[in-house]
Design a binder for this molecule. Structure first.
Ligand code: NDP
Length: 449
C-alpha cells in the first residue's frame, strides 16, 4: 500500500478545497483524478518532490470579464465571461466555450481541469483550457447571438492566438457562434488566423468530421470496449441523453455500427422511439428548427414523449450520457444496472456522479469516463489546427479514419495503463494515470514554472 502517497494526495485535495471555496464541480473533478494518483507518486517520487500535482491543480491564468450587450428591443444585459487557461505544458490552451445560464467559475474550472488530461490522452500537442459565459442563448434571435458573441470576443481576443489559446464550441456554442466569434477576432486583429478557433464552418477553415467527432468518437470508444469482451453493437439497445452536437452524432454512428438508439432527450424531457431514433428528423427539429424534443414525438407515430423524468428509466444494453455534468446519479445508475445495462460510456463531461460510478463498479458495468470517451472532439480540433497550419483540407474518409485510430489508441492506452498500475479493466484509473503521466513529464521537463 502507498500510505504516504495517499496522505500526500489527501493533503493536496484539502488545499484545493481551501483555495477554491464553493466550487463543487471543480472539487469533484479534482477528487476523481487525485483518487488515481497515489500509485503514480509511489513510482515517481520526483513528482511529489517538485509538487507537480499541486502545480497542475492550479490554473496558469484565470480571466473573468464583463460582457455587455443589447437585445432586439434595446434592453441592455450584462453577462460574465470566463476563460481559464489551465495548463500549457503540452501545447496552446485548448478547450471549448460554453454558453449556458449555469456557467460559473467552478464549472469552467472543472471543465478546464478535465481538459488537461483529455487532451494529453489524444497524444496531440494541445494544453488544457475552457471558457464560456452565463449567457442563455435559448430563444435569442441570430442578431442577439451575434451581438453577444461580438461583445464577448472584444475582450477575449487579447488572450487568444493560434500558439496561445484556441477555443472551440461546447454547450450552446456551435458553428453559428464560432462564426460570429471568428468574424470579430478577424476584425479586431486584422488577421485571418484560421487556427485561433476550431469548429469553424467548412467554407472558412473548418475541417470535415469536426461536427461529428465527439459523438462518433464516443461510439468508436464503446465499440473498442465491446470488442475487448468479444461483443459488438449488433442488436444492442442504446440510450443517449441530450440531443445536441454530441448526442446527434453518437446516434448516427451507433446506427452505422449496428446498434439501435431508442431514446434521447433535452432539458424538457425525453423521447422513446422503439424503431430507433430517426436521425434526419431529429436534426431537422434540433438543428434547423431549434425546437424542443417533444416536437419529435409529435411527428413520429412510434415515439412517445415523457416530460421531465429520467431517461435512464429506459432499459438498454449501453448508456451514453451526452447532455451535461451530474445528469446520472446513484439512483439512475441503480435503475440502469437492474435493467441489465452492461456499458456506460460518457459522451458528456462528468455526467455520472461519484455515487453512480460506485454503482457501476459494484454492478460490474463497464464504464468509460468522458475524458477518454469524448476526446474525439478535441482530437479532431487538433486535426483542424493541423490542416489550417498546412493550408490543407483532408477528405471525410481520411479524417474519420484518423479519428477511429485515435479513439482506438486512447482506449488501448487507458486499458494497458490500468493493467500496468494494478487495476485491470478500470478505465477511470487508466485514463487518469495515462493522461497525468504525459502532462507531468512535460511539466517536469519545463522546470519550476
Ligand atoms: P449542445 O448544446 O449541442 O447540446 C447539449 C444537450 O444537452 C442539449 O440537448 C441540452 O438540452 C442538453 N442539456 C444541457 N444542459 C442540460 C441540463 N442542465 N439538463 C438536461 N439537459 C441538458 O452541447 P454538446 O452536445 O456540444 O455538449 C454536450 C456535452 O458534451 C457537454 O457535457 C459538453 O461539455 C460535452 N462535450 C462536448 C464536446 C463537443 O465537441 N461539442 C466535446 C467533448 C465534450 P437543452 O437544449 O434543453 O438545454
Amino acid at each position: 500500500m502507498q500510505a504516504q502517497e495517499t496522505a500526500t494526495v489527501e493533503r493536496i485535495y484539502d488545499e484545493v478545497l481551501r483555495r477554491n471555496p464553493g466550487e463543487t464541480e471543480f472539487h469533484q473533478a479534482v477528487r476523481e483524478v487525485l483518487d488515481s494518483l497515489a500509485v503514480v507518486l509511489a513510482r515517481h517520487g520526483e513528482y511529489a518532490e517538485m509538487k507537480t500535482i499541486e502545480r497542475i491543480c492550479e490554473p496558469e491564468r484565470q480571466i473573468i470579464f464583463r460582457v455587455p450587450w443589447q437585445d432586439d428591443r434595446g434592453e441592455v444585459h450584462i453577462n460574465r465571461g470566463f476563460r481559464v487557461e489551465f495548463n500549457s505544458a503540452l501545447g496552446p490552451y485548448k478547450g471549448g466555450l460554453r454558453f449556458h445560464p449555469s456557467v460559473n467559475l467552478g464549472i469552467v474550472k472543472f471543465l478546464g481541469f478535465e481538459q488537461i488530461f483529455k487532451n494529453a490522452l489524444t497524444g496531440m500537442p494541445i494544453g488544457g483550457g475552457k471558457g464560456g459565459s452565463d449567457f442563455d442563448p435559448k430563444g435569442r434571435s441570430d442578431a442577439e447571438i451575434m451581438r453577444f458573441c461580438q461583445s464577448f470576443m472584444t475582450e477575449l481576443y487579447r488572450h487568444l492566438g493560434e500558439y496561445t489559446d484556441v477555443p472551440a464550441g461546447d454547450i450552446g456554442v456551435g458553428t453559428r457562434e464560432i462564426g460570429f466569434l471568428f468574424g470579430q477576432y478577424k476584425r479586431i486583429t486584422n488577421r485571418y488566423e484560421s487556427g485561433v478557433l476550431t469548429g469553424k464552418g467548412l467554407g472558412w477553415g473548418g475541417a470535415l468530421v469536426r461536427p461529428e467527432a465527439t459523438g462518433y468518437g464516443a461510439a468508436f470508444f464503446a465499440a473498442e470496449m465491446l470488442n475487448v469482451r468479444d461483443q459488438s453493437f449488433d442488436g444492442k439497445r442504446v440510450v443517449i441523453s441530450g440531443s445536441g452536437n454530441v448526442a446527434v452524432y453518437a446516434i448516427e454512428k451507433v446506427h452505422q455500427l449496428g446498434g439501435t438508439a431508442v431514446a434521447c432527450s433535452d432539458s424538457s424531457g425525453y423521447v422513446v422511439d422503439e424503431n430507433g431514433i430517426d436521425l434526419e428528423l431529429l436534426k431537422q427539429v434540433k438543428e434547423v428548427e431549434r425546437a424542443r424534443i417533444e416536437v419529435y414525438a409529435d411527428r413520429v407515430g412510434s415515439a412517445t414523449f415523457v416530460a421531465g423524468g429520467s431517461i435512464w428509466d429506459v432499459p438498454c444494453d449501453i448508456a451514453l450520457p451526452s447532455a451535461t455534468q451530474n445528469e446520472l446519479d446513484g439512483d439512475a445508475a441503480g435503475t440502469l444496472a437492474r435493467n441489465g445495462c452492461a456499458y456506460v460510456v460518457e459522451g458528456a463531461n462528468m455526467p455520472s456522479t461519484p455515487d453512480a460510478v460506485g454503482v457501476f463498479r459494484e454492478a460490474g458495468i463497464a464504464f468509460a469516463p468522458g475524458k477518454a470517451a469524448n476526446a474525439g472532439g478535441v482530437a479532431t480540433s487538433a486535426l483542424e489546427m493541423q490542416q489550417n497550419a498546412s493550408r490543407d483540407r483532408w477528405t471525410f474518409e481520411h479524417s474519420e479514419a484518423r479519428l477511429a485510430e485515435i479513439m482506438r489508441d486512447i482506449h488501448n492506452r487507458c486499458h494497458e495503463t490500468a493493467g500496468d498500475y494494478g487495476a485491470p479493466g478500470d478505465l477511470v484509473l487508466g485514463a487518469n494515470v495515462a493522461g497525468f503521466l504525459r502532462v507531468a513529464e512535460a511539466v517536469h521537463a519545463h522546470g519550476l514554472i
